[in-house]
Design a protein. Structure first.
Length: 239
C-alpha cells in the first residue's frame, strides 16, 4: 500500500475513494441496496474501469484483502475501480469460505452475477467513466462469479441477456471454480469403483475476451477443469 501511494505521489496523481451503496436485483425481481467502494484517479476522464468481485472471505474483518490490493494496482494504471460487497447485507460479513450452512446459497456466484451487472450499470452512469471500456475481475468465489457473468446467454429470454451482450469489454478470472455448469459447458463428476472421474461436455462461450489465471497445484479450485474449459472454448473460436 505504501509503495502504491508513493508511486501515486511521485506521478502527481491523487485519488478519490468513497463508500456508498447501489441498487441490485434479487432473483424474484425485487431490489436491494448493496454496499460498494469506489476508487477514482484524479481528473475528469473519461477513464476505463474495472468491477472487482471479492473472494469467499468477503470484505469484512476476515477479508483476504485481495480486492484492495488489485484495486490500488489498477488505480495506479489509470482505472476507476468499483468493489461491490455481496456478503455483508446478506448475513455473511465474515465470508463463506468454510461456512457449510445452506444460507451460503444466498450469495452463490450465480446470485452475484446480478451484482456484477448492477455495478456495471452504475459505472456506466458516471460522467468520468468510459462506459464502453469496463472490465470485470475476481478471485476464487469472485472468479467463479466472473465466469458466470461472462457466459453468453442461451436465449434472449434469459435474465440479463441484454445486459450481457452490451456489457463488459473483457474479464479476468483468478483461480475460479470451472467445474459445474456454465451455459452449455458442463463438468460432471462420475464416481467409479476406485476413483472419481470428471467428464466434460459442451463449450464455454464468453461474451468478451476472458483471461483465466489458475495455479497448477491448487487443491481447492483445481486447474484441470479450467484447462479443459479453455481448450474447448478456444477450439470453438471464442476469445
Amino acid at each position: 500500500m505504501l509503495l502504491v501511494l508513493a508511486l501515486l505521489f511521485l506521478t502527481g496523481c491523487s485519488v478519490t475513494s468513497f463508500s456508498s451503496s447501489i441498487a441490485t436485483t434479487t432473483p424474484n425481481g425485487g431490489t436491494e441496496q448493496m454496499p460498494v467502494q469506489l476508487l477514482k484517479p484524479d481528473g475528469s476522464g473519461p477513464f476505463p474501469a474495472v468491477v472487482i468481485m471479492h473472494d469467499c472471505s468477503g470484505l469484512g474483518p476476515r477479508s483476504s484483502g485481495a480486492p484492495d490490493r488489485w484495486g490500488k494496482e489498477l488505480l495506479s494504471q489509470g482505472y476507476v475501480l468499483l468493489i461491490p460487497d455481496s456478503f455483508t447485507t446478506r448475513g455473511h460479513a465474515g465470508g463463506v469460505c468454510t461456512d457449510p450452512s445452506p444460507s451460503r446459497n444466498e450469495v452463490s456466484p450465480l446470485r452475484r452475477v446480478r451484482d456484477a451487472y448492477a455495478a456495471l450499470t452504475y459505472l456506466q452512469s458516471l460522467p468520468y467513466v468510459d462506459g464502453t471500456r469496463v472490465g470485470l475481475m475476481g478471485g476464487s468465489h469472485g472468479g467463479a462469479t466472473t465466469l458466470a457473468s461472462m457466459v453468453a446467454p442461451e436465449s434472449d429470454n434469459e435474465p440479463l441477456a441484454r445486459d450481457k451482450r452490451g456489457g463488459f469489454a473483457a474479464a479476468v478470472a483468478l483461480y475460479p471454480g470451472c467445474a459445474g455448469r456454465l451455459g452449455s459447458w458442463q463438468a460432471l463428476l462420475q464416481a467409479g469403483a476406485s476413483e472419481t472421474t470428471v467428464n466434460y461436455f459442451g463449450v464455454y462461450k464468453p461474451v468478451a475476451p476472458l483471461l483465466i489465471l489458475v495455479g497448477e497445484a491448487d487443491d481447492w479450485t483445481p486447474a484441470e477443469p479450467c484447462r479443459k474449459l479453455t481448450e474447448a472454448a478456444q477450439k470453438a473460436g471464442y476469445p
